[in-house]
Design a protein around this ligand. Structure first.
Ligand code: BTN
Length: 248
């Protein structure tokens, strides 16, 4: 299969993010979109210092690098948005009910199918290098980890998938999203992102440093701040990790 981006396929590594970080540090001139995909990770890294578990060869575990030196650091959320949209929109071609749980988890109904870890390096005010690491549960049938609510495409549709075909389509979608970014055409990105949001309608339960509350989503600001309105009509704004979605 011809592949749209430079691809490094390895059978095992500690973490594809770490592998690509090391490669970019060691080697000059790694091409943008270079993608590292692994059959298995011995210590896959997740958000908040969590680990990411996946059975060998069952799921997509990959990282790719961008050098968005035209993008100000304060707009780094745009990278999260184009990557989340590429994955969500690719998954939409296999089943209904996918959404983006702010800031960048992909959910099917109330379950998580994909997580990502984006690591940016800054130079002055701009982003010199951005490594996005993505785990998508594709063919795994049973989950043993302590992750609270995992789901795979296989569990959703009952079908088996070619993970490289899905990866190829996602990278094509990311390339088109990145073109929009490069052209400064960010309005359609923000619009598609808000339409794709998990819990975009209705009142739901959340928890912040002061405790639990009911709120609805008002919007996500360009720099990534989530704006909620609680049941006393008070607006509350949160950056990443400052608020938790309560699922039950
Ligand atoms: C999360 O906690 O939701 C983020 C999970 C990110 C996991 C992926 S798997 C491929 C890449 N390599 C890593 O070590 N982590 C990311």
């Amino acid at each position: 299969m011809s592949f749209p981006v430079p691809l490094i396929h390895i059978s095992e590594t500690n973490s594809t993010n770490s592998y690509l970080q090391t490669l970019c540090a060691k080697q000059q001139g790694v091409a943008a979109f270079t993608t590292v995909v692994a059959d298995f990770q011995t210590s896959g890294r997740g958000q908040r210092g969590n680990s990411w578990e996946s059975e060998p060869k069952k799921n997509l575990l990959f990282s790719f690098v961008l050098f968005p030196d035209f993008l100000e650091a304060r707009r780094q959320f745009l990278i999260s948005q184009i990557v989340s949209l590429a994955i969500k929109e690719e998954l939409d071609s296999y089943a209904d009910d996918f959404s983006i749980k702010w800031p960048n988890d992909i959910y099917w109904k109330d379950k998580k199918i994909c997580g990502m870890l984006i690591e940016n390096d800054l130079m002055g005010r701009n982003i010199s290098q951005s490594i996005s690491g993505i785990g998508i549960n594709v063919n795994q049938e049973v989950f043993h980890s302590t992750a609270p609510n995992p789901v795979s495409l296989r569990q959703i549709t009952g079908k088996q998938y070619d993970i490289f075909e899905i990866l190829k389509n996602i990278m094509l979608r990311i390339q088109s999203g990145y073109e929009l970014l490069r052209n400064g055409d960010t309005e359609p990105i923000a619009h598609r992102y808000e339409k794709a949001l998990f819990r975009k309608e209705g009142m739901h339960r959340y928890k912040d440093a002061d405790g639990e509350f009911f709120a609805r989503i008002i919007c996500v600001e360009p720099e990534g701040k989530l704006i909620l309105e609680d049941d006393a009509q008070k607006k509350r704004g949160y950056m990443f990790k400052e608020v938790e979605y309560l699922l039950i």
